[in-house]
Ligand binder design. Structure first.
Ligand SMILES: Cc1cc2nc3c(=O)[nH]c(=O)nc-3n(C[C@H](O)[C@H](O)[C@H](O)COP(=O)(O)OP(=O)(O)OC[C@H]3O[C@@H](n4cnc5c(N)ncnc54)[C@H](O)[C@@H]3O)c2cc1C
Length: 287
């Protein structure tokens, strides 16, 4: 019998994990706390696939921007402020690594990772066989000031040194690339290796393909706790079947999942319920 794996979260990471697990023969259920199943960041980001973004955030001159982003809930680098020793340790490590030596060490690895990511997207788009707007036309970094353009031009030189096709364009050349748009720029850097796609369309197509391949989705189901047991991982979930059903059956994560009634929501425990999921061993049937 196929081994059963729960994936927590139907974002791009969860769905791609589900793709790989299914490919390797696992029985997969994706638990997603959003009721509609599509509130994830992955559905509404900018959709750019960027080998050119190989400079780590911990870099000289980027720390100020990174710190501003960390406090902005709408930024791509938001970190919920909280009193946490772990977070303080991470912050200290981040500041300590914001130096040129760290960038020189990390950049080739990040470039390799980014190129692998683009290759993976290309393969995925071909596998899906649906138009998700994947286009490999490059990325324009538009610059409003000479200083900004000089900075980007230095980045472009580094990118060229690492094998990317990065060119500095004048305002006229930018205009020729984007006719019909009036741009108040002094120039731009054009990295032709970058690509973009429609993230919402990609996620919808990915999910449809997973459903066709037998992956189950449980929207509105939040994982509220995990406990490692000897031969299983206990997963506490709160979902449509579980909410407010005190002491009743645990919500069902279908298929070969073993339920731990001892951990099910009981009187006084309010809303949570638990499932016990067999971990990479032949599943032993439902409760
Ligand atoms: C403004 C912005 C622009 C961006 N632009 C780009 C871009 O152009 N290109 C790019 O590559 N990246 C971009 N990113 C980053 C990219 O969107 C994220 O790195 C990526 O979406 C993260 O995917 P994920 O699956 O880890 O998380 P998410 O997309 O956040 O998915 C996580 C899912 O897990 C669910 N979940 C969380 N906790 C639980 C739980 N306890 N139980 C059940 N479900 C749970 C959530 O509801 C959510 O649906 C951008 C990010 C932002 C914010």
């Amino acid at each position: 019998m196929a081994r059963h794996v729960l994936v927590v979260g139907a974002g791009v990471v969860g769905l791609n994990a589900a793709v790989e697990l299914r490919r390797r023969g696992f029985d997969v259920t994706v638990l997603e706390r959003d009721a509609a199943g599509h509130a994830a960041t992955s559905h509404g980001n900018a959709g750019i696939v960027v080998p050119s973004h190989f400079v780590p955030l911990a870099a000289p001159g980027v720390v100020g921007q990174a710190l501003r982003w960390m406090l902005d809930p709408l930024s791509p680098f938001y970190v919920r402020p909280r009193a946490s020793l772990e977070l303080a340790r991470w912050g200290w490590g981040f500041l300590r690594n914001a130096n040129a030596a760290h960038v020189a060490r990390a950049a080739p690895l990040l470039l390799e990772l980014n190129l692998a990511s683009r290759r993976r997207y290309e393969a995925l788009v071909a596998e899906l066989g649906v138009d998700v707007g994947f286009t490999r036309r490059g990325l324009l970094m538009l610059c409003h000031t000479e200083r900004g353009l000089e900075e980007e031009a230095r980045g472009a030189a580094t990118a060229r040194g690492m094998g990317l096709d990065a060119r500095v364009l004048s305002a006229t050349e930018v205009g020729a690339l984007e006719p019909g748009i009036e741009l108040d720029v002094v120039g731009a850097v054009h990295v032709r290796d970058d690509a973009h796609l429609d993230p919402g369309a990609t996620m919808r197509a990915l999910r449809a393909r997973l459903e066709q391949n037998g992956v189950r989705f449980r929207n509105g189901t939040e994982v509220t706790g995990l406990r490692d047991r000897r031969d299983a991982v206990e997963v506490e979930v709160r979902g449509p079947e579980g909410t407010g059903v005190e002491g009743a059956d645990a919500p069902r994560v279908e298929a070969p999942t073993r339920w731990c009634s001892r951990a099910a929501a009981g009187p006084g425990r309010s809303r949570g319920s638990s499932a016990c999921v067999s971990r990479c061993s032949p599943a032993r049937g439902t409760r």
